[in-house]
Design a protein around this ligand. Structure first.
Ligand code: SF4
Length: 72
């Protein structure tokens, strides 16, 4: 399985990424948004999946970061 994103990595910190959107306190946070409903998330049906901004790693379906874009 792919490595899970480290919340403390430079990229994760730059994007304010958190494994649990419920813990996010950020002005850009949109209520109800999370990785599972983000355009950049490739849903694999599990609790973790690939994200375009974290190549080769996995983010949490219930995670969130400032690069979130609504899946249309
Ligand atoms: Fe989650 Fe989307 Fe941010 Fe990737 S870009 S970490 S899928 S919110």
């Amino acid at each position: 399985a792919a490595t899970k994103v480290d919340e403390n990595s430079d990229t994760a910190q730059a994007l304010a990424y958190r494994h649990d959107a419920a813990t996010v306190d950020h002005p850009a946070f949109v209520e109800g948004s999370n990785c599972a409903n983000c355009l950049l998330y490739t849903d694999t049906g599990g609790d973790w999946g690939p994200c375009a901004v974290f190549p080769g790693q996995q983010v949490a379906a219930k995670g969130w970061c400032t690069a979130w874009v609504a899946r249309s």
